[in-house]
Design a protein around this ligand. Structure first.
Ligand code: OSB
Ligand code: MG
Length: 373
C-alpha cells in the first residue's frame, strides 16, 4: 500500500493580468499555495490550495491553510498507508473541523499521485466521461455598465459558452441590462453576488428575472439556507449556491429546503474530490445540474477542476477559462487553452495531465517547507 513520505508546501506569487473585483473583495497579486507529495516509490502528486489572501470569500486564507497543513493535516497523512484517496478524506474528516481548502489541497494531491501510480488520467480515476468541458467566463465588477457591456460582447465573440457577471447592490440591474443588450438574447448569462444581498433586496433581485439569466449565484449570506428557499419561491431565475455548500450535508439540506436549483461545485471549498464527487452524485439523483466553479487557480488547480468537470452531471459550463485569461505565463506546460468554448480533458497522460514548470516555480516561490514522514 502506498503512503506519503514527504509533503512540500510552497507559496508562490502570481500576478493576474488585471485586477478581479467581486462584492467581497479584489484580487490582483495572487498568493498561491502549492502542495507537492512524494511516496516511497518516487511517485509525485500536486495540489493547489484555493484559499484567498484575505478571509472575504470564506474564513480560510493562505496563512490559515499553511498553518493547518503543517500542524494537523500533514502529520495525519504522512506515513499513513492508504489504498484509495477516499480513505485519507475520511481520516481528515473525522479528525478535524473546518479548514476544507487546506484539507482539499492535500487530498487532491493524493488523487493526482494515485492516478500517476495507476498510470491513468486523473479524469479517468474520478469517473470522467467527457472529452471536452464547456468553458464559461466570470467578469469582475467594473466602474461603468458600458465597460461591462464591452467585456461581455468580447467574451461572447471569444466563444465562451456562458458569461457570468459579478454584481453587488448598486452594480446590478443597469449592468445586467447593458450586458444583455450587448450580447443579445441567445447568449447564456448569469450573475454572482457572492452573498452581497439580503431579503430586503428581493425587489431588485426579482427585477433581474426579465433578463432570462441562466442562474443567480449566491445572492444571500452563506449560512442563510431557509432565506434562499424563501427567495427561490419568489424568483423565476434558478438560484445557484456556491459559498453555502461546504459539505455533502449542506447540499442535502439545500435540496430538502428548496434553497436552490443549481450547485456550483468547487472541490477546494468542500474539502476535496471525495466530497465533490459525492455532491455531484447526490445532485444527479435529484436532477440538479452542477458546474465546476473557479477560484482564479493556476494551471495546477485548473487541471484538477477540468478533471472533475468531466463527470456526467457537470452539464453546465464551468468557470474554467484558459490560462491566458488569468496569467501572462502559467506555471504548467502546456498551458490550458480553449477552442470553440471548450477545454480538452487530457486523458492520454497519467495524473493531472500537465507538467509543473519547476524552474519558473522556483523563481516565484517566496517560502517553502518540506515535511517528512
Ligand atoms: O464566487 O465564483 C466565485 C473568484 C474568487 C472567489 C470567488 C469566485 C471567483 C470567481 C472566479 O468567480 C472564477 C474563475 O476562477 O474564473
Ligand atoms: Mg461564486
Amino acid at each position: 500500500m502506498p503512503s506519503i513520505t514527504s509533503l512540500t508546501l510552497r507559496e508562490i506569487r502570481l500576478q493576474l493580468r488585471e485586477p478581479f473585483r467581486i462584492s467581497s473583495g479584489t484580487s490582483w497579486q495572487r498568493r498561491i499555495l502549492l502542495v507537492e507529495l512524494h511516496d516511497a516509490d518516487g511517485v509525485i502528486g500536486w495540489g493547489e490550495c484555493v484559499a484567498g489572501e484575505t478571509p472575504h470569500y470564506t474564513a480560510e486564507t493562505v496563512d490559515t491553510a499553511w498553518l493547518a497543513i503543517r500542524q494537523w493535516i500533514a502529520p495525519a497523512v504522512l506515513g499513513r498507508p492508504f489504498e484509495a484517496p477516499n480513505e485519507l478524506h475520511h481520516l481528515l474528516d473525522a479528525g478535524m473541523r473546518g479548514h476544507p481548502m487546506a484539507r482539499a489541497a492535500v487530498e487532491m494531491a493524493t488523487w493526482d499521485l494515485t492516478a500517476r501510480r495507476c498510470g491513468v488520467s486523473l479524469a479517468e480515476l474520478l469517473g470522467g466521461v467527457r472529452d471536452e468541458v464547456a468553458t464559461g467566463i466570470s467578469l469582475g465588477i467594473v466602474e461603468h455598465p458600458d465597460q461591462l457591456a464591452e467585456r461581455a460582447a468580447d467574451a461572447a465573440a471569444q466563444g465562451y459558452r456562458r458569461i457570468k457577471l459579478k454584481v453587488q447592490p448598486g452594480a446590478d440591474v443597469a449592468y445586467v441590462e447593458a450586458a444583455r443588450t450587448a450580447t443579445g438574447d441567445a447568449t447564456p448569462l448569469s450573475v454572482d453576488a457572492n452573498a452581497a444581498y439580503t431579503l430586503a433586496d428581493r425587489e431588485t433581485l426579482r427585477s433581474l428575472d426579465r433578463f432570462g439569466l441562466q442562474m443567480i449565484e449566491q445572492p444571500l449570506a452563506a449560512d442563510a439556507l431557509t432565506q434562499h428557499a424563501e427567495l427561490q419561491r419568489e424568483l423565476d431565475t434558478p438560484i445557484c449556491l456556491d459559498e453555502s455548500i461546504w459539505s455533502l450535508a449542506r447540499a442535502d439540506e439545500m435540496v430538502a429546503l428548496g434553497a436552490g436549483r443549481v450547485i456550483n461545485i468547487k472541490p477546494g471549498r468542500v474539502g476535496g474530490f471525495t466530497a465533490a464527487v459525492a455532491i455531484h452524485d447526490l445532485a444527479a439523483e435529484y436532477g440538479i445540474p452542477v458546474w465546476c466553479g473557479g477560484m482564479l487557480e493556476s494551471g495546477v488547480g485548473r487541471a484538477h477542476n477540468v478533471a472533475l468537470a468531466s463527470l456526467p452531471n457537470f452539464t453546465l459550463p464551468g468557470d474554467l477559462s484558459p490560462s491566458a485569461r488569468y496569467w501572462e505565463r502559467d506555471i504548467v506546460e502546456p498551458p490550458w487553452t480553449m477552442r470553440d468554448g471548450l477545454v480538452a480533458v487530457p486523458y492520454d497522460r497519467p495524473g493531472m495531465g500537465v507538467e509543473v514548470d519547476r524552474d519558473y516555480i522556483r523563481e516565484l516561490t517566496v517560502r517553502a517547507e518540506t515535511l517528512d514522514a
